[in-house]
Design a protein around this ligand. Structure first.
Ligand SMILES: [Zn+2]
Length: 380
């Protein structure tokens, strides 16, 4: 791998205190205000026109003209992420072991703002940029779900939210549907069980019959929660299953849920066969995240690969079963790839990031922006 010039690593290192400030700002989902204020200050320094939408997402438009490009990340982190204390040993950053490091997605936020600052201070060619920092990504894309597309000019973009080595990026992600099934039977005393219908028995029949686990390469399902009943001497009146389906096409996800519906219809029929009881079963969606699949030949992806080659960075194009804001943004009309920010072991207290990777990603970002500035037809 060719390396970045010393003048560039000095530039990023000079901003290291800002990186620490990002990492050490408390930011659980729903409590992103302090982070938002910190990032907005920096966006204003970049002469961005900023807006905080009703959900709390921070949006900044930089530059004028056609063919804007979106750069995005999320402002929240998984818990525990309060009172983070960054420890640096050589080039490796980690927390003090009490919290996550919040490099997911603090590394991405820092890389975006640092690349933009470098481009501006050095008067490099650059496309118009829409910056999008969302809230509530870690709890199901709350911010991106309510984002109004009209706040952004870009039709293509990238998130810096893939926890992997520099050069990796995701071009396809899954559709996810969360579901809940509520079973309502008839309560009775356990010694008169014939006078009731057990909701737990119905739920168990469903668990036994629902296809689940890895169903095929492109379809996964999981029942992650089950609860019901009040007492061991009572025929249970209610039981609830909760789970999720992940698939690379929305049709596959919805077909599986239709199959679940047919299974619970037959269970309801079976448990009301005596004609004495009328049990209820209800299946509902509780959350959804959208998937996406980009053609590897799209000009943006080709341009990124060519920048990597020029910089000596190995390209690693990936398909993932993990959700991110990229799917929801793509489905809103902003074709988005999810680009690696160098973080590792995210969502654990062992999370770490190598400062050299942070610099490498920022270096690549500078060159991607420059390429998009020089060749606006890539985004047209
Ligand atoms: Zn993330």
């Amino acid at each position: 791998m060719k390396t970045y010039p010393k003048s560039f690593s000095d530039f990023v290192e000079e901003r290291y205190p800002f990186f620490v400030e990002i990492l050490e700002t408390d930011n659980p989902p729903g409590e992103e205000k302090a982070m938002c204020a910190l990032l907005e200050k920096e966006l204003l320094h970049l002469k961005a026109r900023t807006r905080i939408d009703p959900a709390g997402n921070l949006i900044g438009q930089i530059g004028e003209g056609e063919n804007a490009f979106m750069l995005g990340g999320h402002m929240d982190s998984v818990m525990p992420c309060k009172e983070v204390k960054v420890i640096r040993k050589g080039n490796i950053l980690h927390s003090n072991g009490q919290t996550v490091l919040t490099a997911d997605d603090g590394a991405g936020l820092f890389q975006i703002l640092t690349a933009l600052r470098f481009v501006q201070e050095n008067n490099l060619p650059c496309c118009p940029v829409d910056v999008l920092f969302t809230v509530g990504e870690e709890i199901g894309g709350v911010g991106v779900n309510s984002l109004q597309k009209s706040y952004l000019r870009a039709k293509q973009g990238m998130l810096l939210d893939r926890a992997d080595d520099p050069g990796a990026f995701v071009i396809a992600g899954p559709y996810k549907r969360n579901f809940r099934v509520v079973f309502v039977g008839t309560a009775a005393h356990a010694f008169e069980a014939e006078k009731g219908v057990s909701a737990i028995h119905m739920a168990a029949a469903a668990v036994a019959q629902f296809p689940q686990g890895k169903i095929n390469e492109r379809l996964y399902a999981n029942i992650g929660k089950i609860h019901g009943g009040d007492s061991v001497n009572q025929v249970a009146e209610t039981a609830v299953l909760e789970g999720e389906v992940r698939a690379f096409s929305s049709l596959d996800a919805e077909n599986l849920l239709e199959q679940y519906q047919r299974i619970i219809d037959s269970i309801k029929y079976q448990f009301s066969a005596s004609g004495e009881f009328d049990p209820h079963v209800h299946l509902e969606y509780t959350a959804r995240r959208e998937g996406y699949e980009h053609n590897p030949n799209m000009p943006l992806i080709q341009a990124i690969c060519s920048v990597h080659e020029e910089l000596g960075i190995t390209t690693d194009m990936q398909i993932t079963r993990a959700c991110s804001d990229a799917g929801d943004l793509t489905n809103k009309g902003i074709a988005t790839i999810n680009y690696a920010n160098g973080a590792h072991r995210v969502h654990t207290k062992e999370e770490w990031v190598d400062m050299r990777d942070v610099i490498r990603v920022t270096w690549a970002l500078v060159h991607i922006l420059q390429r998009l500035g020089e060749q606006p037809e890539i985004l047209s």
